[in-house]
Design a protein around this ligand. Structure first.
Ligand code: SF4
Ligand code: SF4
Ligand code: SF4
Length: 479
């Protein structure tokens, strides 16, 4: 057993306000500089929709991530380092500025310098790339909240998984629904960007699994950009090198939560250590598509298991990391409660940002019918406003049962709280919901506390700073 520590995150989608505070904070801290204006290391997109950059999930076009190999484990869709070298001077699988948007500012000076006149002065938008006046037609969240739009929502590639009836359900005016999907780099365990970089400039930090790009070693080949299926590596056109989310490692190393976590007013973000068995990465990444969620969970190790603790010691993990793994909210959400799921596991990068799928409000078939369905007080997966098949395409490699179980846990939690606070749900109904969700009362209580009352220090449980030890001879920095 080769035990490694990975900082992993959980985003609870029912709690996301779509306020974009996370994106703005990250922009102000990390990408507010020339060449990086169009980059949103953290972005929040409305779903269904095409996201940022537009259509980033279309791997037939971008050839990102991994595909199942011929018995020898997963293979890079882009063809690996040798193909990368061949494609250095011509790589058609790269998004252009048009796929993102042309960043702009306004000529604010015009407001101050305008001559006295009866006409109100205006600040014209100008491109931050060319400086020329620009007619603004798109932006990173231009289509925010455009549920049901034929221009935006209808072009979501995941809608392929839906039957005509389900599509109709999604676009019927009285059933319109959407949710917000915040996205950062996933700091993947089987990172395609790392595998594709011909210069070895992107690497995974041994001590905490964060994936970072070295600006000294980057030669601007951009193979990382096409190989990342999440399109979370960006090219700084001014400096000629790739950049990406760094997991706010300078903050993390000093015990501070990443900026986008600390600033999130919806308190949807949780972070903690997952221990995993590096010897089984290949096996997990090569599992059949519908088993990928379970396979990824299987390589996550139980930090309370004495054998795991002993192996962690042999692998050089300090006691403080083990202690942090035991208090990790990520471990609770991902492994204990099985309620947080990876985004597009079928790309086989083993992403380390997990999502609690959204339990949207029940669809009311007639006025007043918002209280009970045959299955309980709130909706079940089949009556969810967002079809289960859509969520399964996003979070489980197409296996609806995995998402349905997570939704049942959310339903059970709400039923139980309703019984406690309003009192119009009977104990038998609550017990039935707990049984259907495979959730015990103690876990429900902890899940409820963590998602309602927990302060930042409980939502983000960081291991002690380990950079110095990792860099020492024999340390894990190069793992
Ligand atoms: Fe690399 Fe991050 Fe993309 Fe994963 S999400 S492949 S770690 S850039
Ligand atoms: Fe940006 Fe830090 Fe959040 Fe990464 S972790 S998206 S660098 S604020
Ligand atoms: Fe707002 Fe948090 Fe959602 Fe970002 S993740 S949009 S900060 S609620």
């Amino acid at each position: 057993m080769d035990v490694r520590a990975q900082l992993a995150s959980v985003f609870h989608l029912d709690k996301c306000l779509g306020c974009h505070t996370c994106s703005v904070v990250c922009k102000n801290v990390w990408t507010d500089r020339p060449g990086a204006e169009y980059m949103w290391w953290n972005n929040v997109e409305t779903r269904p929709g095409t996201g940022y950059p537009r259509g980033w999930e279309d791997q037939d076009r971008w050839r990102g991530g991994w595909q199942a190999g011929d018995g020898g484990g997963p293979a890079l869709r882009s063809g690996g380092r040798l193909s990368a070298l061949a494609g250095i001077f011509h790589n058609p699988a790269l998004p252009t500025l048009d796929d993102y948007y042309e960043p702009w500012t306004y000529r604010y000076g015009d407001l101050f310098d305008a001559r006295a006149s009866d006409v109100q002065p205006t600040a014209r938008p100008v491109s931050l790339v060319t400086g020329a006046p620009l007619e603004v037609k798109k932006g990173p969240n231009w289509d925010d909240d455009l549920a049901g739009s034929k221009e935006y929502a209808a072009r979501d590639p995941n809608l392929d998984a839906l039957s005509p009836a389900e599509r109709g359900q999604l676009f019927g005016v009285e059933r319109l629904a959407f949710f917000h999907l915040p996205r950062t780099c996933n700091h993947c365990t089987n990172a395609a960007c790392v595998a594709a970089c011909p210069s070895g400039a992107i690497y995974k930090r041994g001590e905490d699994g964060l994936v970072v790009a070295s600006s000294d070693r980057c030669r601007g080949w951009r193979q990382c950009i096409s190989s990342c299926p999440y399109k979370k590596v960006f090219y700084n056109w001014k400096e000629g090198r790739s950049e990406k989310c760094i997991g706010c490692y300078p903050r993390v190393e000093s015990g501070e939560a990443p900026a986008c976590f600390a600033a999130c007013p919806g308190r949807i973000r949780f972070q903690g250590v997952l221990l995993y068995d590096a010897e089984r990465i290949r096996e997990a990444a090569g599992a059949p598509e519908r088993e990928l969620v379970a396979a990824q969970r299987r390589i996550v190790l139980d930090p309370y298991d004495p054998e795991v603790a002993a192996a962690a010691g042999r692998c050089g993990l300090p006691e403080g990391v083990l202690a942090a793994a035991r208090r990790s909210p990520a471990y609770a959400f991902v492994k204990r409660w099985e309620i947080a799921l990876p985004l597009h596991p079928e790309w086989r990068t083993l992403p380390n940002v997990f999502y609690v799928p959204p339990l949207l409000p029940l669809f009311a078939e007639k006025p007043g019918d918002v209280a009970r369905t045959a299955d309980g007080l709130f909706t079940d997966g089949e009556r969810s406003r967002i079809p289960l098949a859509y969520l399964a395409r996003l979070f489980s490699g197409g296996d609806g049962a995995v998402v349905a179980l997570a939704l049942r846990k959310l339903v059970a939690l709400r039923l139980w709280r309703r019984a406690e606070t309003v009192g119009d749900v009977g104990p038998a109904e609550v017990e039935a919901a707990f049984a259907a969700a495979r959730l015990c009362r103690e876990d429900a209580a902890e899940l409820h506390r963590l998602t309602t009352h927990a302060v930042l220090e409980e939502r983000v449980v960081l291991p002690p700073a380990l950079r110095a030890e990792a860099m020492a001879p024999g340390g894990q920095a190069t793992a």
